[in-house]
Design a protein around this ligand. Structure first.
Ligand code: NAD
Length: 479
């Protein structure tokens, strides 16, 4: 694809694509080269009002459309995305940095998400509850919650918006989405596929600007009935407070700090291979990335050696280069964060086993990093690193390691490796996380619930739970 040009990002409001045309703009950068690849138009107050009006105006007809017809549009958009996966992947790689194989797979996964929710649309079942009053029918109905506002981050610029759009549109909700300003093109490709698939104009609106200003304005609007956010816990708490003013329903997919427990009876090579893949995919910028590695004392050195062998084989480079297996960090804020976390850990006594530094001085490339015997006083043991950094500690005692795994306010994902089935059940019961992988590293799929507990948020974005997040329950007693 040598003739590739990054598409000009636009606002999509009321079914109309709107370019800069006198609006302020924000530069979009390629994180592999630091080059400015586009100017992103910022939505004015009038644009936001127009988006609110469109979402409000189109809601009655969209909710009234049969679930079969809504499903057909989502299926068509999914098919278009699948056809365009390589192109959409390229858009994502150029704006976000991840390697092309990952970004193309992400576009194809977004098609799968649209297909899943298309099918779920037809299963928004209510129920009839037997009544103690003769002749009375007690109906439980499921209805779309209404126009929703969605805010998505830059780390999975296609699948995270796809989860929100797929579920909301399937449920019969209209949407205003504000994707991350760093990665506008990927979500705009979702919008283009939906537009091309025949989504009625105005049902989906895409805006950009200063995140805090847009979220404050949209969440305060009486038009918006639900907020769905993916991002950091700090921002999630702020948006939850704004939503509480209007008693609005929320889904919050927030940060994580996943523990990995490797027991002495585990298949060490398999565990190391799975966890290295999960850790360094997307340069570690994944909310469910394995981070705190608790290694049983007897296998500690063996695990580190196996893990390091894989890490030393990673080829860090521009995601467009087919030889690269890890791209740059998505923005230069992550470079500063990596530097600060690593120097703090080393100053507090951690061993720097591999990596630890920036690569070159153009693009946001960072060495895959392993820090060993990291004390709990180090910031990286408490704050989500969101980058290619694995930290390890040793353990010998089961209760103590479970307490460590549960020590943080996060509760998104966790991983454990053991050959002992009874221990697997104990870990599944006692580890506080919304998602747990036992002898397995993949936790995402359209058909399975995705979400956290504790300060990692609430609500679930996949599985049958995903649709439910955009429905309300209405009880109708009929005599
Ligand atoms: P950030 O917390 O400022 O932003 C995270 C996301 O939230 C961005 O997409 C941003 O556009 C959006 N955002 C920020 N303030 C907002 C507001 N007031 N209203 C609406 N949206 C808002 O910081 P960042 O530097 O982009 O990322 C830093 C941290 O965020 C990471 O270290 C990681 O912990 C977390 N993060 C989590 C996820 C996730 O998938 N859960 C994704 C991206 C970032």
């Amino acid at each position: 694809m040598t003739d590739f040009t990054y598409p000009e990002p636009k606002l999509f409001i009321g079914g109309v694509w709107k370019g800069a045309e006198g609006r302020e703009t924000i530069p979009v950068l390629n994180p592999a080269t630091d080059a400015v690849i586009a100017q992103l138009p910022v939505a004015t107050r009038a644009d936001l009002d127009e988006a609110l009006d469109a979402a409000n105006r189109t809601f009655p007809a969209w909710r009234a459309m049969s679930a079969f017809d809504r499903a057909a549009i989502l299926h068509r958009a999914g098919a278009l995305l699948r056809e365009r996966a390589r192109y959409v992947g390229r858009v994502s790689t150029v704006e976000q940095g991840k390697v092309l194989a990952e970004s193309s797979a992400e576009a194809a996964a977004s098609a799968d998400i649209f297909d899943w929710f298309a099918e779920e649309a037809r299963r928004a079942y209510g129920r009839i509850v037997p009544s103690k009053f003769p002749g009375v029918r007690q109906n439980v109905l499921k209805e779309p919650v209404g126009p929703i506002a969605a805010f998505t981050p830059w780390n999975f610029p296609t699948t995270i918006p796809a989860r929100k759009l797929g579920a909301a549109l399937a449920a019969g909700c209209t949407v205003i989405i504000k994707p991350a300003e760093e990665t506008p093109g990927s979500c705009l490709e979702l919008a283009r596929a939906l537009d091309d698939a025949g989504l009625p104009k105005g049902v989906l609106n895409v805006v950009f600007g200063v995140p805090a200003q847009i979220s404050e304005y949209l969440i305060a609007s009486p038009v918006i009935k639900k907020i769905s956010f993916t991002g950091s816990t700090a921002v999630g708490k702020h948006l939850s407070k704004l939503a509480a003013e209007g008693m609005k329903k929320t889904t919050m997919e927030l940060g994580g700090h996943a523990p990995v427990l490797v027991f002495e009876d585990a298949d060490i090579d398999k565990a190391a291979a799975m966890m290295a893949r999960s850790k360094f995919r997307n340069a570690g910028q994944i909310c469910i990335a394995p981070t705190r590695f608790y290694l049983h004392d007897r296998i500690h050195d063996r695990f580190i050696a196996a893990f390091e062998r894989i890490v030393s084989g990673l080829k860090v480079g521009d995601g467009l280069d087919p030889a690269s297996t890890m791209g740059p960090l998505a923005n230069d804020r992550r470079l500063d964060a990596m530097g600060a976390l690593i120097s703090d850990a080393v100053a507090k006594g951690a061993g720097l086993h591999a990596g630890g530094a920036r690569i070159g001085n153009a693009g946001n490339f960072w060495q895959p990093t392993i820090l060993t015997d990291v004390p709990n006083s180090a910031t990286v043991m408490n704050t989500e690193p969101f980058g290619p950094v694995a930290v390890t500690q040793r353990f010998t005692d089961l209760d103590a390691v479970i307490a460590e795994a549960n020590r943080l306010p996060y509760g998104l994902s966790a991983y454990a490796f053991t050959a002992n089935a009874a221990l697997s059940n104990t870990l599944a019961d006692r580890i506080e996380a919304g998602m747990i992988g036992i002898n397995h590293g993949v936790l995402t799929g359209p058909e399975t619930p995705f979400g956290g507990i504790k300060e990692s948020g609430h609500g679930s974005e996949g599985g049958i739970e995903g649709l439910d997040g955009f429905l309300i329950t209405k009880y109708v007693a009929q005599g």
